[in-house]
Design a protein around this ligand. Sequence first.
Ligand SMILES: Nc1ncnc2c1ncn2[C@@H]1O[C@H](COP(=O)(O)OP(=O)(O)OP(=O)(O)O)[C@@H](O)[C@H]1O
Length: 266
Amino acid sequence: MNNDIVLSVKGLHIAYPGEETKIQDITFSVRRGAVFGLAGESGSGKSSICKAILGLLENRTSIFSGSIRFCGRELTDLSGDQHRAINGKDIGYIMQNPMAAFDPCLKISAHFSETIRAHLPCSKRDALCLGLEMLERVGLSHADRMMNSYPGSLSGGMLQRIMTAIAISMNPILIIADEPTTALDTQSRETVLDLLSFVMREYCPAMLLVSHDMNLMEKMAEDIAIMYQGRIVESGSVKRVLENPQHEYTCQLIEASRFTWEEGRC
Ligand SMILES: Nc1ncnc2c1ncn2[C@@H]1O[C@H](COP(=O)(O)OP(=O)(O)OP(=O)(O)O)[C@@H](O)[C@H]1O
């Protein structure tokens, strides 16, 4: 086994009965301390792959086969409880929509306390101390006040930072960041970019970064796979893919991302 490989996905197939798009033959690996980018059109299957890694695909509505190995351990054989022991601790998850990631009825302190105490045998007070430290680390001032706030009273950008703080509080081996810049304005995109760069510099996890945004990929990722209609149509180093794209869809993605950021800067 190559110890440098944290996540290895091989021959993954996912189908939703009745849905036309089938996710087929997905193979890639994520190295320790490196960012692997998964880019592609909407509906090509990126979130489904993340869900498969996290054990969140429902047997009732989806059929999947293939291998997903995390630090050498096969994940597709695990029970829900076994996944829950890994998710949030060894695998941190930064979701696409920060508003949807939080329970609106629970204060931020409860979100920290629940995640940390699910994995560490510590008191509520110790969990909150760790939470406060993490909020400061991701650059949020007034951490005390924030802990006492409900998600609805905070901006999307703040919630994204808090979600990142929760994700890194357990020092995960792998972080999955699913479309972290989608639907953000240019300035917020730059902030998320700084935040993810900070996470990589300080915590050095492996990261699976899912995005349409080739600018983000260029700045963050070493290697990339491009998905189109449920398949990986091109993969390689980000430098090679950007300089010499082989698939027509890759060219469109690069062009669209250039336009988006330029548009935002006007
Ligand atoms: N729970 C589900 N039940 C049925 N079909 C689903 C389900 N989840 C996803 N799909 C279908 O699977 C395909 C892939 O969806 P998925 O959300 O994984 O794509 P994506 O690349 O992440 O898209 P986006 O970038 O818009 O988030 C789509 O055709 C979608 O409609």
